[in-house]
Design a protein around this ligand. Structure first.
Ligand SMILES: [Zn+2]
Length: 287
């Protein structure tokens, strides 16, 4: 009798604990594993790793279904309800999105989701915008394995209302923070520029940036009218565009772009900084 009683007490405790656990997991948050590499490098950066990331998913966002562009969310597959996906919200209701085929408007009550690893992700580019009602929570951080514990940042896109990310074919320089491609190596004019934070590259053409206000700046090579440029996806300041050069010898820079290399851009080989100091400084445009 004593043993039966003890068993019952233990079972009851475990059961009540279980129910509380389930309720917490259902209403507040849960921890889920991330499978596959569709969100790499944000999750599972090492391909074929046996240690998948586990992420914390909060569910308070489901009370009013208020999401922001850049949120990483867990949602039920629109085709197989039991399957869950983790992707990033790229477009909100009413926004314009350029998919591979054409430009579409995200309908009310829907959002556009894409994996961070575009090459290996099944997302809105395949199944179109998803109803917000399919979202099961927002990912706030990686909780396992220990060396990967980190907060998940929301990338905010500056160009409100529409986001066109142009894919570049070939070797590219891309944003160090969000890997959005900026320029082709073919468009690199010079690596011999200098800016406040070190070396900078001059490009013939740069894409996926927003151009800020024009302003006059005195640089080492004289007066220029320039405008800062920002990554269209994460909003980082990445460099500037030369609008007007007032010195005759500097006119060649007009309409061209500077990208600060050290902290802002990933080279085609994944390197962030060119250490070759031998090149002559043809245009040291330090502010
Ligand atoms: Zn970026």
């Amino acid at each position: 009798m004593g043993i039966q009683n003890l068993l019952w007490q233990v079972t009851k405790k475990a059961f009540t604990g279980g129910i509380i656990g389930v309720t917490i997991s259902d209403r507040c948050c849960s921890v889920v594993p991330v499978r596959g590499d569709s969100m790499s490098p944000t999750f599972n950066p090492q391909r074929n790793s046996y240690l998948d990331d586990y992420v914390l998913v909060e569910k308070f966002c489901l009370q009013d279904y208020k999401f922001a562009r850049g949120d990483v969310v867990v949602f039920s597959s629109p085709t197989h309800f039991r399957d869950r996906y983790i992707k990033r919200i790229v477009g909100l209701p009413g926004e314009w999105i350029s998919s591979s085929r054409d430009v579409i408007r995200v309908p009310e009550g829907h959002c556009w989701v894409e994996g961070d690893n575009k090459a290996s992700s099944l997302d809105s580019r395949t199944f179109g915008p998803i109803p917000l009602g399919l979202i099961r929570g927002r990912v706030t951080g990686v909780v396992w394995p220990p060396q990967r514990v980190s907060k998940i940042n929301r990338w905010i896109c500056l160009e409100m209302g529409r986001l066109f990310v142009i894919d570049l074919q070939g070797e590219t320089y891309s944003c160090k923070h969000c890997h959005t491609p900026f320029a082709l190596t073919d468009d690199l004019i010079s690596k011999s520029f200098h800016c406040k934070h070190g070396r900078a590259y001059l490009f013939e053409n740069v894409v996926n940036v927003t151009v800020g206000e024009m302003e006059h700046r005195i640089m080492m090579t004289g007066w220029h009218t320039v405008a800062d440029i920002f990554c269209v996806c994460c909003g980082s300041l990445v460099g500037w565009k030369y609008e007007i050069a007032y010195e005759k010898s500097q006119k060649y820079k007009e309409g061209k772009f500077i990208i600060e290399s050290r902290f802002k851009v990933l080279g085609p080989d994944g390197g962030g900084y060119d250490m070759n100091e031998d090149e002559p400084m043809i245009g040291s445009d330090e502010e």
